[in-house]
Design a binder for this molecule. Structure first.
Ligand SMILES: Cc1ncc(COP(=O)(O)O)c(C=O)c1O
Length: 265
């Protein structure tokens, strides 16, 4: 069975990592993978993480099952970090996932169960796994233009023009901050325009926010997702602690659904 498989397409970031490792220059800086690094190029265990780890080791009394949604205190805390103070906060439900990757796949499967004819609109270019993950769940994928290579900013006119085609069977996947791979982010006034389009056209926004705190700040980076949570009926969010907590190898993240009311969520 397994010899029928063809090799997976390589993530271009990985070949960049290899090229970096092999570059003999001493002044080199690796800006390839989006993780926190100190001046020595190390990703340290952050003080808060070390403390939490010690606390857990000293106080945890059992390794028995938690519920299917994972750690409830974690789910509460991550939802607070993203949505506290918004209208959508009380209409949300959260499950713990293996990183944002796990959240992307879970939400993709959820969409397929809820509405198999869903088309997911993805930025061109986007995080290398967005398209394959959505397609693996059986969803259709379309692209919206995103990056203006000349100005190195978001080509907002082209983006909004294309998204004017999105309707009730569509989901629009947006990067909450620190767009991967371009680094070009949606400005506040444009989040406003996207929110109004979602209200008017009936598409469902899906915010993938894997770098909260790596852009303009922990609060600032949540601007777009909070604006949507305040103003739309339904919203999906995938989030990650891999980068902002330096927890990559722990595979920590969450999938959040905001719906009409708590019950539906
Ligand atoms: C935009 C985006 N979404 C999701 C992920 C996956 O995050 P995680 O490593 O927490 O699974 C990444 C990681 O590179 C990313 O850049």
């Amino acid at each position: 069975m397994f010899d029928l498989l063809t090799p997976a397409q390589q993530d271009p970031i990985l070949s960049l990592t290899i090229a970096f490792r092999e570059d003999p220059r001493e002044q080199k800086i690796d800006l390839g993978i989006g993780v926190y690094r100190d001046n020595n190029g190390q990703t340290p265990i952050m003080q808060a993480v070390r403390k939490a780890q010690q606390q857990l080791a000293e106080t945890q009394e059992s390794k028995s099952y938690v519920g299917l949604a994972g750690s409830e205190p974690f789910n509460q805390a991550i939802t607070d970090l993203l949505l506290k103070g918004t209208d959508g906060y009380s209409r949300s439900a959260t499950v713990q996932t293996p990183g944002a990757s796990g959240a992307l796949r879970m939400l993709a499967d959820l969409m397929h169960v809820a509405k198999p004819q869903t088309t997911v609109w993805i930025s061109d270019p986007s995080y290398v796994n967005h398209k394959p993950v959505m397609e693996a769940a059986g969803l259709k994928v379309r692209f919206y233009p995103y990056f203006d290579r000349q100005t190195k900013t978001v080509n907002i006119d082209a983006m909004l023009k294309t998204l004017s085609e999105a309707g009730q069977d569509d989901v629009v996947l947006l990067h909450g901050c620190c767009h991967n791979p371009t680094g070009a982010d949606i400005r506040p006034e444009h989040w406003q325009a996207i929110t109004e389009m979602a209200q008017k056209q009936g598409f469902t926004p899906f915010v993938d926010i894997a770098y909260q705190g790596f852009g303009d700040g922990i609060e600032e980076d949540a601007y777009g997702v909070r604006l949507l949570a305040d103003n739309v009926e339904e919203l999906m969010i995938s989030t990650s602690c891999s980068k902002n907590f330096g927890l990559y190898r722990e595979r920590t993240g969450a999938a959040i659904v905001v719906s009409k009311n708590r019950e539906t969520a």
